[in-house]
Design a binder for this molecule. Structure first.
Ligand SMILES: Nc1ncnc2c1ncn2[C@@H]1O[C@H](COP(=O)(O)OP(=O)(O)O)[C@@H](O)[C@H]1O
Ligand SMILES: N[C@@H](CC(=O)OP(=O)(O)O)C(=O)O
Length: 625
């Protein structure tokens, strides 16, 4: 007999008919001889509706505000924010409570014993923090007891109960995990129960090469590695929440994504620890486990920077296409906005042995840069793990470790599985030692990315993601000295702002510009914080832009295949789309473009990598349009 955890998202339980369809699927799974634990979300858009209600009662003058993001409340409520966060959790937890009760009634009415439990009744114990709590542990005795009585156990996702700060024992406070948190609940419950399988049921057939609502003939992936899925999820593919993938990765949970409309096998998300749970992982700390696995250094890098290149479509494409034609292996690429805004800085690193050719190609192109600077002495030091973007403190802690060692950061690249800093080569060893000490992690000689046994003939790109919920912030004229990035990102981390795509450019020798993206709902808070830091560090203007979108490609195949970024830039250039920021990491390339170009950009890139399938994907049982 297998123990299966099934999660049904809001779309799968949106109305009574859908709940009955879910009931039948659960019954089939039980009849096939399995024990079943079910985790459900609130019906349809009911969480959004509860948020609208909260806005309506706290802001009589803003009844028309339709925002679905609880963080938006900060701009128009005067009451104590923490107190309102507590009540918001009490309110939002009701959404899932409706579904568990209805589903349990539906099962019992066809003779299948079942029991509905809230997160607090199960004791899904979380950090004592409202609206975005992380799960500490899940008590399993009660659930096991009900299962042994032959019941289907139906648990409300997205919610828990706060653990006491000192004892960890459950208090009486209801918490929620943050939007989309039911995936996280399901995988955490599966890890705690040591379930044989965790199935995420949704409105699409599985994980696709991109969002079928934008590209209707996106292709279904049979499987994907956790590293790839972590990147895709944190870059906007909302089919799975990155925190859920992180738990699956760390605890070896067998995870599948399927449609609740059809009976197809869907997509398997492969954990590197599948079948052999890492002994180091502590099931009493499901989401607060160690998230940095190690630190590595690459001393063999050269940095080439083009300063003040004209800001028009096709420049990045021309540069990186020419480098790819010479088989030059470009590693990090960073492009940042500049002041004045009609120019950009583009910086990239290449292996030492290729730098002379790379310099020749770059200088030969005459792209209109004010200067080309070659720094033949740089090192790239990286921390490796999972959940870096979702934990704002991690990058900040790395920058602080470097600052405390007196080391200046020249380039920064962030991703969900890795944060890298380019520093002077002479600082490489000291940098790696300082970071290993700060995180108490080993120094690794290579990056342990699971490539999922990909063959050379497969597309290097697995998926294309679009995130239209981010805004860009930039701080200009930042003094170029150790500790500045640390100060900025420490402060933002304290405000719980997740920062992504940090890009640092050098506008002249003594000052930098640092640009990054933040969730759009955090923009006001982040902008206010940044203005405060700017005063402390003696920086210049803070500028924000909320009309951007971030489009990204992800795939482990990029490690072995050169020229992938160039193809992406080329696809954008051919559609006349200007790239405003670029940030790359081992298995992803992200570009910021105007929001008005977002969907065209996604389609062009998806087509460039020939990712389409031969059929129209069904969303909620109907052809995507
Ligand atoms: N790469 C992708 N593969 C599949 N779905 C995706 C992808 N990127 C975005 N999506 C979107 O994710 C949606 C499913 O997530 P979500 O709405 O949170 O589902 P649920 O209500 O089941 O939790 C799909 O309808 C699809 O539009
Ligand atoms: N109901 C919550 C939690 C959730 O995960 O929902 P869904 O599975 O429908 O994305 C939300 O809307 O955020």
């Amino acid at each position: 007999m297998s123990l299966i955890v099934q999660k049904y998202g809001g779309s799968s339980v949106a109305d009574p008919e859908r709940i009955k369809a879910v009931r039948d699927r659960i019954k089939q799974t039980v009849d096939a001889g399995n024990q079943v634990v079910v985790v459900v979300s609130a019906m349809g858009k009911s969480t959004d509706n509860l948020i609208k209600l909260a806005n309506a009662v706290t802001t009589p003058s803003k009844l028309e505000n339709n925002s679905a993001d609880p963080s938006d409340r900060s701009e128009h409520i005067s009451a104590d924010r923490d107190a309102l966060d507590r009540e918001m959790d009490v309110l939002l937890a009701t959404g899932e409570q409706v579904t568990i009760a209805l589903l349990s009634m539906a099962l019992q009415s066809i003779g299948q014993p079942a029991i509905a439990l809230t997160g607090a009744q199960v004791r899904v114990v979380t950090e004592p923090c409202h609206t975005r709590a992380r799960i500490l542990y899940v008590e399993t005795d009660g659930v096991q007891e009900y299962l042994s009585q032959g019941k289907v156990v139906i648990i409300a996702g997205f919610q828990g109960v706060a653990g006491d700060l000192t004892t960890g024992q459950p208090t009486r406070e209801i918490t929620t995990l943050g939007r989309g948190g039911s995936d996280t609940s399901a995988v955490a419950i599966a890890a705690a129960l040591n379930a044989d399988l965790c199935e995420i049921y949704t409105d699409v057939p599985g994980i696709l090469t991109t969002d079928p609502r934008i590209v209707p003939n996106a292709k279904l992936l049979d499987e994907i590695t956790c590293d790839e899925m972590l990147e895709l999820a944190s870059l906007g593919a909302k089919v799975l929440h990155p925190r859920a993938v992180e738990i699956a990765r760390n605890f070896g949970v067998k995870l599948a994504v399927r449609s609740s409309w059809v009976d197809d096998p869907g997509t398997l998300v492969k954990s590197p620890y599948l079948g052999h749970l890492s002994e180091h992982q502590n099931r009493m700390a499901l989401e607060v486990n160690r998230f940095v696995d190690g630190v590595s250094v690459d001393l063999d890098q050269v940095k080439i920077a083009l300063l003040q290149v004209p800001d028009r479509p096709g420049i990045a494409a021309q540069l990186f296409h020419s480098l790819a034609l010479q088989n030059i292996n470009v590693d990090l690429i960073i492009q940042a906005v500049q002041d004045p805004s009609d120019v950009n800085d583009i910086a990239f690193t290449v292996p030492q042995r290729e730098f002379e050719l790379a310099e020749l190609v770059t200088r030969g192109l005459e792209l209109g840069a004010k200067a080309v600077i070659v720094d033949s002495h740089v090192a790239k030091v990286s921390i490796i793990g999972a959940g870096m973007i979702g934990r704002p403190g991690v990058a900040a802690q790395m920058f602080t470790a470097l600052a405390n060692a007196g080391i200046n950061i020249q380039m920064i690249s962030t991703s969900e599985i890795k944060v890298s800093c380019v520093v002077a080569a002479a600082d490489g060893d000291a940098a790696v030692a300082a970071i290993a000490e700060a995180f108490q992690v080993p120094v690794m000689s290579y990056l342990p990315i699971d490539d999922g046994d990909r063959t050379a003939d497969q597309s290097p790109v697995r998926g294309v993601a679009l995130d239209q919920n981010r805004a860009r912030l930039a701080i200009r004229q930042v003094p170029d000295r150790p500790g500045v990035a640390a100060q900025i990102f420490e402060y933002l981390a304290q405000q719980n702002v997740s920062v992504d795509m940090i890009v640092q450019s050098q506008s002249d020798r003594d000052v930098n510009e640092i640009a990054f993206t933040v969730p759009i709902g955090d923009l006001q808070k982040a902008e206010a914080s940044l203005k405060q830091v700017a005063e402390t560090i003696g920086g210049g203007d803070v500028v924000s832009d909320d009309a951007i979108a971030k489009v990204s490609i992800v795939g482990t195949g990029m490690i072995k295949q050169g020229g992938v970024a160039a193809r992406m830039f080329n696809a954008l250039a051919s559609s006349g789309i200007n790239i405003e920021m670029i940030a790359t990491s081992e298995i992803k390339v992200s570009c910021v473009v105007r929001q008005s170009n977002a969907e065209t950009a996604l389609r062009a890139i998806h087509q460039e990598f020939d990712l389409a399938g031969d059929q129209t994907i069904l969303v909620a049982g109907k052809p995507a349009s």
